[in-house]
Write a protein that binds this ligand. Structure first.
Ligand SMILES: [Fe+2]
Ligand SMILES: [Fe+2]
Length: 173
């Protein structure tokens, strides 16, 4: 089967959905499991989202018509909401609390909504904008980038940001 960036991104959405389902099934006592799952979610989500923002979305926008431009704007706004509001609030909650359960549930619901919009609208448009050869090439570039130091640093950077927030919070308690 020919490689296709849209199939890869969709498969990554499914991985995230599975991880969120596992997280939702945990109890307040499953502190370690919650921590591990949240780390796994972020390790999967951050490279996916950053590559979309830096490569896929701009390539999409270049060829988009009016509807495509709006689809692009919606997707970017959702990324920003998750990065700047939802994820920081998750990190401010202790993993053994109902707050953590509630905030990670919202996190998962937003990701599912966003991923479904991409699959049903943006990727559908992209399938017409990009030839099979272009989609295969994007897929190869994405795989190479994911294995690069840049991608690893990005995940480490997000983790560091979360740790700083956690530390600041414990100072305030
Ligand atoms: Fe996205
Ligand atoms: Fe996506």
């Amino acid at each position: 089967m020919a490689r296709d960036i849209l199939k890869t991104l969709q498969a990554e959405h499914d991985t995230l959905r599975e991880l969120f389902a596992e997280l939702k099934a945990t109890t307040d006592r499953a502190v370690k499991k919650r921590g591990t799952l949240l780390e796994q979610i972020e390790a999967n989500l951050v490279p996916h989202a950053k590559w979309e923002e830096q490569v896929f979305y701009p390539a999409f926008l270049e060829r988009a018509d009016r509807d495509g431009q709006q689809t692009y704007a919606e997707a970017v706004a959702e990324h920003h909401a998750v990065e700047n509001s939802v994820i920081p609030e998750v990190h401010e909650a202790e993993p053994d609390t109902p707050e953590f359960a509630g905030r990670t549930k919202v996190f998962g619901e937003l990701i599912d909504h966003h991923a479904t919009e991409e699959e049903k609208t943006m990727f559908k448009m992209a399938r017409k904008m990009f030839s099979a050869a272009e989609r295969a090439q994007l897929d190869e570039e994405y795989e190479t980038w994911k294995q690069s130091a840049d991608a690893a640093n990005l995940v480490a950077g997000e983790k560091a940001k979360a740790n700083i927030k956690g530390a600041a919070k414990s100072l305030l308690q």
